[in-house]
Design a protein around this ligand. Structure first.
Ligand code: FES
Length: 169
């Protein structure tokens, strides 16, 4: 996907625009910033799974806020990707309970299987590997999230099967 460099070239689909307006309508006119998180999610889904500076500038314009107010949120939350990502983004929990149940070994196994390190995208463009803090499935670790879906109680065997299934999609 070609990166859009200027916010003037950032065009949301009609459906996304409607969804953005719906979220903004939940708040008083002078509190549009309150819709920032859902609007960023919509923007990320619209533009290839990540939010470029131009896309974030457009979000700021839509909400009537300064770009820095968008950047300080997008850089805080790990669910927003600030550079291009692979087809599937693997977000592996690395917090204590999952670590105790083998998250470290799982991460190393994934790195070996997809051919890249944490924070990188695999050479075939299929996977981006990220580590994140607790995803509130601590009793089912080690676990990871792909979009809205959780995969729990993972081991090397179930992880291999998951990667194979994802490659076929
Ligand atoms: S520690 Fe991994 S989900 Fe909570």
């Amino acid at each position: 996907m070609v990166e859009i460099k200027d916010k003037a070239d950032v065009k949301f689909s009609e459906a996304a625009q409607k969804e953005i307006e719906r979220y903004i309508s939940h708040y008083p006119a002078d509190r549009k910033k309150s819709a920032l998180l859902p609007v960023l999610h919509i923007a990320q889904a619209e533009f290839g799974g990540w939010v470029s500076p131009a896309v974030q500038d457009k979000v700021a314009e839509i909400l009537g806020i300064e770009p820095i107010e968008v950047y300080e949120v997008s850089t805080f939350y790990t669910m927003f990707n600030l550079k291009p990502v692979g087809k599937h983004v693997l977000e592996v929990c690395r917090t204590g309970p999952c670590m105790l149940r083998g998250a470290d070994q799982l991460i190393e196994h994934i790195e070996n299987r997809i051919g890249c390190k944490v924070g990188e995208t695999s050479p075939d463009g299929m996977f981006t590997l990220k580590t994140v803090e607790c995803l509130a499935a601590c009793g089912m670790g080690p676990m990871l999230q792909i979009q809205e879906k959780y995969y729990e109680n993972l081991d090397t065997e179930s992880m291999d099967k998951l990667l194979d299934d994802l490659r076929k999609q």
